[in-house]
Write a protein that binds this ligand. Structure first.
Ligand code: GLC
Length: 821
């Protein structure tokens, strides 16, 4: 099927659906039950050849390609009958990576492709493939040779890989699964599914991220199985000594990603699949959503309450009822007679308006979007050429084929009016795609798949990603120099390049709060750092305590949004009475104070591929116990939190990794490497800061950009060893950073029994308008007698307050501060 790209609209029907997927080769008219299904395995390697950085090995019939992608990444592909599929991936925009030095050698038993860092070994006798580090320690190897089986349902192949799993190997990743954080013992699949009120352990869910990380002591590695068909993973479940992954079709194609640290694997996975764009700063504030706020007076009332009650908030959402009969890109003029004016008034009060968009387009000849889509033949069709139709919110719908670049372009253009109306962000929902009754599309629906045509079997898991890609690209064009903000429910690996995600329709229960903490950590390790849950739970009623604990977790979720279903009671931060309102305010304020720190963490994600949430296993991967600690994590590099996820919980046991930590609230110094018990009254939660951290804090604002600050605060925590911290600043909402208009600040602190030093170095072309730093130096172990700032004595007060802080104001360009006993 090499000539698949040549199939035109006209000739397409001559091909049966069985022949439309790229995963099909040499299988003639399979009839269920007639042909016996037999698993076929690679046998012995008979020959090899090399083309640039690709090596080909054959057993006489099947072929395997080994490609050196970079020093730390090698890709493996298998073609059961010798012909590889077209090299196209939605996840990996460029498979050609950096030029790398590599070598090839042959011994009696094996071939070896080596880079400076890793080697891929292909054993001649059994065609097993192994990966080793540069001192020849095998890190990952086949337990069984790669194999395949005819998929009689449609004539493609099931393709399988089975790797050895060690007795204690731990597994992480795979997106937003609701099983234990360590995947060992689980068997899971990827098939994007609309899973309203999903349960713990339910699988599959909304997203497909076929990427996992294995950890053996100090060594970890990643496997990214880039296959968009339904994929399955077995992590030492069926056989304690094996881990397998397989797909219902397509190619057995995976990337081996070297560590040795788990965080290195995640960074390298980002090199392949991309990172989040830097979001506009306001998108990191608090968002208030509900199904649905309408009419206009209700929206205004919510906004007014935030401002009157002095609870910071940056975004307010319009769910499906803002539309006319749920027709995308229209307004219900009864509820919203003048949306442009309303959005402007909200904006004047510091609120951004985010609207929902669904893929289902109402079948209605009087509706311009439907007419246009129909005329241009942009909607998906079944194998017999009838349109794919299904019921969603507007009733009978047809669905754009977002895997067609022309359709994406069209869809992007549809946002023109919404953008002109002032909408600041778009929430992409129901894009698994979800269809009432049947769940999703029938598998025979055909897709363009960017020219590499295929059925819904192949396109299902990328449909949502391509929808939000179209939305993001369209908004980017409309907004010109401003950064778009998008969220999506469905996605595939790489979706982070276009969007943030939320975990879908969760439940107002303690179990879901706990699940949310696991889902967000897992998403963050799986390439999707910009994630969050519906704070409070989407369906059901949270009580006041649950809502408040969820707000606390929300402060440390990269995406912070409260949302609830339409049949629930009102649920804003003030809905549960004054006592709770005060605590909710205190925590939302904490989020706003931390925004410069959070923004810097987003920069590190965007630029360097660091995950924002990091489980304890990522910090200390060799310690087995850490593989079962799933209820605490660091938020960025410096702050560790342990959200309270039990009702009535008065205290919590928290493990602090090795090193020194400060209790955020009391500034008590704690030696890490041990568990401690922390009191957890409702108005507090366990938050710890690494000793030596320099944490930027913003003056309290009710929304991002409320005023131009004349100083920025830094919390500087004493340490008796050297610690580096980073802070990133730019305009906050433009793309100027792509032209290097930003500022990266590095702080290096160090101390001993009688002195403490802070050095600052600044790089970049951006100049913040404020002039002064308000430095809070915390927990000096000595009484300061003298402070020297860039060789000049500091004249101000050196008095410590009750929280063991001294405060000094210095010029933002200082280079060197010495605090002396
Ligand atoms: C879906 C979404 C939910 C939204 C609702 C109505 O259930 O997951 O967030 O509120 O649809 O649009």
């Amino acid at each position: 099927m090499e000539d698949k790209k040549e199939i035109t609209e006209e000739t397409q029907n001559q091909y049966s659906i069985e022949q439309l997927d790229e995963g099909i080769q040499h299988v003639n008219n399979p009839v269920v039950g007639v042909q016996p299904v037999e698993k076929k395995y690679l046998t012995a390697v008979k020959e090899y050849n090399q083309l640039y950085n690709n090596f080909y090995f054959s057993d006489g019939d099947a072929r395997v390609e080994v490609r050196v992608v970079s020093d730390e990444i090698i890709r493996v592909r298998m073609a059961p009958h010798g012909t590889f599929l077209e090299d196209f991936s939605y996840a990996v925009p460029q498979t050609e990576q950096r030029a790398t030095v590599f070598s090839f050698n042959e011994t009696v038993d094996a071939y070896k492709v080596s880079t400076n860092t890793i080697a891929c070994i292909i054993y001649k006798e059994n065609f097993h493939i192994a990966f080793a580090d540069n001192i020849d320690t095998i890190i990952n190897e086949d337990a069984i040779a790669m194999h395949w089986e005819e998929n009689l349902d449609y004539g493609g192949y099931y393709v399988y890989a089975t790797k050895k799993a060690t007795e204690t190997e731990a597994f992480y990743g795979l997106g937003d699964k609701t099983v234990d954080l360590n995947l060992r013992g689980s068997r899971l699949q990827n098939w994007n599914s609309d899973t309203y009120s999903f349960a713990k352990g339910q699988d599959p869910l909304y997203r497909s991220i076929p990427f996992y990380i294995g950890i053996n002591g100090e060594t970890s590695y990643g496997i990214f199985f880039d296959n968009t068909f339904k994929t399955q993973f077995d992590f030492a479940h069926e056989n304690a000594g094996q881990t397998s992954f397989w797909a219902d079709g397509g190619e057995l194609q995976y990337y081996y990603i070297h560590g040795p640290k788990m965080i290195d694997v995640v960074k390298r996975y980002h090199i392949l699949t991309g990172t989040h764009q830097l979001p506009p700063m306001w998108a990191l504030g608090f968002h208030q959503c509900r199904w649905s706020y309408y009419p206009e007076s209700k929206v205004k009332d919510i906004a007014r309450n935030f401002r009157e009650r002095k609870i910071p908030c940056d975004a307010i959402y319009l769910d499906i009822d803002y539309m006319d009969g749920y027709r995308c890109f229209t307004w219900n003029k009864k509820y919203f007679p003048d949306p442009k004016r309303m959005i402007k008034e909200l904006a004047d009060d510091g609120f951004k308006t985010v609207v929902i968009i669904d893929p289902g387009i109402k079948v209605d000849e009087n509706y311009w979007v439907f007419r246009e889509g129909k005329e241009k033949r942009y909607f998906c069709r079944r194998c017999d050429d009838y349109f794919m139709e299904g019921y969603v919110w507007p009733g009978r719908c047809q669905f754009p084929d977002f895997t067609n670049p022309e359709v994406r372009e069209w869809w992007g253009g549809l946002f023109k009016e919404l953008a002109e109306t002032g909408v600041a962000g778009v929430w992409n929902d129901m894009n698994e795609p979800a269809v009432f009754g049947t769940g999703t599309f029938p598998v025979d629906v055909r897709h363009n798949y960017d020219g590499y045509r295929g059925s819904h079997r192949k396109a299902h898991n990328v449909y949502g990603m391509q929808m939000v890609r179209a939305t993001y690209d369209g908004l980017k064009k409309q907004y010109k120099s401003k950064r778009p903000f998008t969220i999506t429910r469905a996605g595939y690996s790489g979706v982070q390049r276009y969007s943030s995600v939320w975990t879908g329709d969760n439940v107002a229960s303690w179990e879901h709060l706990k699940l949310g903490t696991v889902q967000c950590q897992r998403l963050s390790m799986s390439g999707i750092s910009f994630c969050g849950t519906d704070i409070g739970g989407f369906s059901g009623e949270p009580d006041a305590e649950l809502f408040t604990r969820w707000i606390q977790f929300g402060v440390f979720s990269p995406f912070m949004r409260a949302h609830s279903a339409g049949d629930t009671r009102e649920r804003e931060p003030w809905s549960f009475g004054e006592e709770y309102e005060a605590i909710n305010r205190k925590f939302i304020e904490l989020r706003y104070r931390l925004l410069p720190y959070i923004y810097s963490a987003f920069w590190e994600q965007h630029r360097y591929g660091f995950p924002i949430l990091r489980p304890v296993a990522m910090l200390e991967q060799a310690d087995q116990t850490n593989h079962y600690r799933e209820n605490e994590f660091t938020f960025g590099d410096k702050i560790l939190v342990a959200p309270v996820t039990e009702p009535g919980q008065k205290s919590k046991i928290v493990y602090l990794p090795k090193g020194k930590w400060y209790d955020y609230w009391t500034h008590d110094l704690i030696e890490g490497g041990a568990e401690i018990t922390v009191n957890t009254p409702l108005d507090s939660m366990p938050i710890f800061v690494r000793a030596g951290s320099v944490i930027p804090e913003s003056p309290l604002m009710q929304y991002v950009g409320e005023f131009e600050p004349d100083e920025v605060m830094f919390q500087v925590y004493y340490a008796d060893y050297e610690v580096n911290s980073f802070c990133y600043e730019d305009h906050g909402d433009t793309f100027a950073y792509e032209q290097d208009i930003y500022m990266e600040k590095k702080f290096v602190v160090n101390g001993d029994a009688s002195s403490f030093t802070i050095r600052q170095s600044i790089e970049g072309l951006f100049t913040p308008r404020y002039e002064t730093y308000d430095l809070k130096i915390i927990s000096l172990p000595f009484k300061p007698a003298r402070i020297v700032v860039d060789n000049k004595d500091y004249a101000g007060s050196l008095e410590e307050d009750e929280l063991k802080c001294i405060r000094i104001k210095v010029n933002k360009n200082f280079k060197y501060i010495q605090v002396l006993a």
